[in-house]
Design a protein around this ligand. Structure first.
Ligand code: COA
Length: 320
């Protein structure tokens, strides 16, 4: 079997960090409410930077980390809810900016699990033997799909991008990937698309804002993460105690803390940077991986877990 490894990681964020106090001037909220309910202190918000430009900045760092040039890429997959355009895709816009002329480029939509789903496609594409180097980017400018009058949602999210280069390799470092989805429960976290509005039917356009039933999403998140961990370890001879680093989708500190207790870890065992970024959806895991990797040593076991709209979920077990 053809092995697959991560050869490069990079991330990028907009220059503006917006604090909870800053937000309390925009909506009826407070630093205390946000911090105690979510653990979020600030988030990065674009004042003009696009999904493409943020993705390209993260991608360039990942390519440099992998020590390869863009023309060596066989595939670019962008996971995002917030492309600059629906056509061309975010991946094609990134391809153009990078000059990745030999790549097949496309987007996928799996909300906060998008990076995990795209990584599975990348791994499988390399294993077939027809691709050697695949760039996966998770990127969001969520600030453009938030209702800035809705304090239930606008305080929770932020903008950012993370990128990973997967390469064929003699060693197989991607030990297992588990994914799942349940469309029947999708109504708890939604973002509407275009309604049918044509020469036969007249309809008001949608508002294009993210909408969420916070308590239902919370229940889903805290129940699905242990399942993701159990399923990605199944069939390997690795147990939770053997894992050196766990990077969960950065949604809420209370989700991290509840999961910590449920899987028998101690507080602080899970990587955390949501206090600085908020929830950046598809970008959250690759940004967290980029920041967490400074503590990783070769051969250590790393677990990545994502969950989000769809509903979708997934996990990756890898050896660094
Ligand atoms: N500032 C102040 N008050 C706020 C607020 C804000 N930003 N947002 C909501 N409130 C108010 C509500 O209006 C409500 O008031 P009411 O009781 O008078 O109607 C109250 O706070 C709700 O508080 P509470 O029930 O304590 O909230 P919570 O503990 O359920 O926390 C979330 C809310 C959203 C933080 C929590 O449900 C959550 O984390 N859900 C998961 C969200 C998530 O991670 N989504 C993405 C997954 S990929």
């Amino acid at each position: 079997m053809i092995g697959v490894k991560i050869s490069g990681v990079g991330s990028a964020k907009p220059k503006n960090s917006v604090s909870n106090d800053d937000l309390s001037k925009v909506v009826d909220t407070s630093d205390t409410w946000i911090l105690t309910r979510t653990g979020i202190k600030s988030r990065y918000i674009s004042d003009g930077e696009t999904t493409t430009s943020l993705a390209v900045r993260a991608a360039k760092k990942a390519l440099a980390d992998a020590n390869i040039t863009a023309d060596m890429l066989d595939m670019i997959i962008v996971a995002t809810l917030t492309p600059d355009q629906l056509m061309p895709s975010a991946a094609c816009l990134v391809q153009k900016e990078l000059g990745a002329n030999n790549a097949t480029a496309f987007d996928i939509s799996a909300a906060c699990s998008g990076f995990i789903f795209a990584s599975k496609i990348a791994r499988d594409a390399i294993r077939t033997g027809s691709n050697k180097k695949v760039l996966v980017i998770g990127v969001e400018i969520l600030s453009k799909i938030l209702n800035w009058k809705d304090r239930n949602t606008c305080v929770l999210f932020g903008d950012g991008a993370g990128a990973v280069v997967y390469e064929s390799s003699a060693e197989d470092n991607i030990l297992n990937i588990y994914t799942g989805s349940d469309g029947s429960r999708g109504s708890v976290l939604t973002l509407d698309g275009f309604p049918i509005n044509n020469c036969l039917v007249e309809k008001e356009p949608n508002d294009y804002f993210l909408k969420m039933n916070g308590s239902e999403v919370y229940k889903f998140a805290t129940s699905i993460v242990p399942i993701c961990i159990e399923n990605v370890l199944k069939g390997t001879n690795i147990e939770i105690q053997d894992i050196d680093h766990i990077v969960l989708h950065q949604a809420n500190i209370r989700i991290l803390d509840t999961v910590t207790t449920k899987i028998g870890l101690v507080k602080g065992d899970l990587f955390e940077n949501l206090s600085e970024y908020g929830n950046t959806s598809a970008a959250s895991i690759p940004i967290a991986l980029d920041e967490a990797k400074v503590d990783f040593k070769k051969g250590e076991k790393v677990l990545l877990v994502g969950f989000g709209g769809g509903l979708t979920w997934g996990s990756i077990l890898l050896e660094w």
